[in-house]
Design a protein around this ligand. Structure first.
Ligand code: ADP
Ligand code: ASP
Ligand code: MG
Length: 414
């Protein structure tokens, strides 16, 4: 007997037929004597539809009510899954995040999970039921329903698996593994058998939507293996785990490949604060004001004007935060006597990721050369030991992913 934790994403539970198919599979696993905990996302595009609805009734929707609304999508799929199981003679119960003991910070819309009280979950398992839990949500200290950020059901699943001390968290989705890049963008993308936490965290944070970044962070803290796999094909997917474990499986001590994957983030926008006085404290003012409004800033570039003590400052934010970020930047620009604030939503970010980059020079040069040959203008560049990101025009993003995939021979990796 094993304790099994599964997570099913939106497409995987997108229709009643798909829910019934999954229920059959769960019933078989249960009949084999396993204990089952299943985390589900909202069906199909339900969450997006709820957000559209919200925008039709309010210009700036209240954050508490946002969470009340968009947490309902997961309740629909969890209860349907439990009903489908009960209907085929398999005892089951659906629980909301709060009922399952998932306690979050007191922050609406993107709270972190603080801890999970397992009493209810364990008593339902003991009673012989398959426990279906709504992903993406928990409860705060006031008892309010809180959501944990778009795509967050992956994180719910890993956190619950870790709290239950499961060996592995199976994440079922609409692709059969993690690929060298999004297989919907690049036909030659290759499926990877193993990806380390570090590389997966970078890929996910840089826009590869296949896993919620915080699920990878949580998995690495608890050393939880994530098996990302197809909800329709019964084949092995990709194992996300520690480099030590991967080395053991693969039997190689050093990786020779610099670039492991490419991520495309089309959800970014660029803001420039032009001709700001080049003196101490200005960056602190601008980015302090953005932080106060809970706006995450990503790439930051400062360049010096040749004439006088002036500088230009450019940075990227999530596209959804652009309007608010421009408002905040304008207020600070006025205060510090900057010339103007400009913004551009017509951009995207392409990133190369790989632990091997640290020890292999020339990756950045090859990336820039590839773009230059195609006359693609790079607007911003950011690097770390294991990634290089470029901001370019949005319409060029997908083509650049393909060009870089070819240039770095990613179709030949395993
Ligand atoms: P779910 O609803 O199951 O959570 P998501 O839509 O959030 O699924 O994530 C799966 C999608 O992630 C895939 O359909 C694919 O288009 C996209 N994706 C982006 N980058 C990658 C990658 N490197 N490997 C696999 N899929 C990727
Ligand atoms: N339903 C939520 C979303 O669409 C959470 C998830 O699917 O992971 O963001
Ligand atoms: Mg997802």
């Amino acid at each position: 007997m094993a304790l099994i934790v599964h997570k099913y994403g939106g497409t995987s539970v997108g229709t009643p037929e798909k829910i019934k198919d999954i229920a059959q599979k769960l019933k078989t696993l249960k009949a084999q004597g396993n204990e089952l905990v299943v985390i589900v996302s909202a069906m199909g595009h339900t969450t997006d539809e709820l957000i559209d609805l919200m925008n039709k009734v309010a210009d700036s929707p209240d954050h508490r009510e946002y969470d009340m609304l968009i947490s309902t999508g997961e309740q629909v799929s969890a209860s349907l899954m439990a009903m489908a199981l009960i209907d085929i003679g398999c005892p089951a119960v659906s629980l909301t995040g709060g009922q399952a003991g998932v306690v979050t910070e007191d922050i609406y819309k993107k709270a972190r999970i603080k801890h999970i009280h397992l009493d209810r979950l364990k008593s339902e398992l003991k009673a012989g039921k398959v426990v279906i839990i709504t992903g993406f949500q928990g409860i705060d200290s006031k008892g309010d329903i809180i959501t944990i950020g778009r795509g967050g059901s992956d994180t719910s699943a890993v956190a619950i698996a870790a709290a239950l001390k499961a060996d592995v968290c199976d994440i079922y989705t609409d692709v059969d593994g993690v690929y060298t890049t999004d297989p919907r963008i690049c036909k030659t993308a290759k499926k990877l058998k193993y990806v380390s936490y570090e590389e997966m965290l970078e890929l996910a944070s840089l826009g590869a939507q296949v896993l919620h970044p915080r699920s990878v962070e949580c998995a690495s803290i608890y050393n939880m293996v994530i098996h990302l796999r197809s909800s329709t094909k019964d084949i092995e997917g990709t194992y996300i785990m520690s480099p030590q474990r991967i080395a053991k499986e693969v039997g190689k001590m050093e990786k020779k490949q610099a670039v492991r994957g490419i991520a495309l983030d089309e959800n970014v926008a660029k803001i420039g604060v032009l001709k700001v006085p080049d003196k101490p404290g200005i960056a602190a003012k601008i980015f302090g004001a953005l932080a106060t409004e809970s706006i995450n800033v990503d790439m930051i570039v400062q360049s010096i004007h040749s004439a006088g003590a002036l500088a230009d400052m450019a940075f990227t934010v999530e596209r959804a935060d652009l309007k608010k970020a421009v408002e905040v930047a304008n207020i600070v620009a006025n205060e510090v006597k900057a010339e103007e604030v400009v913004s551009d939503a017509d951009v995207c970010k392409v990133s190369l990721v790989g632990i091997g980059m640290v020890s292999q020079p020339g990756t950045a040069a090859r990336m820039f050369e590839t773009l230059s040959k195609e006359k693609i203008n790079i607007q911003m560049i950011a690097t770390s030991e294991i990634k290089i990101s470029c901001v370019i025009k949005k319409e060029q993003g997908k083509r650049v992913v393909q060009l870089l995939h070819d240039a770095f021979d990613l179709d030949k990796v395993s």
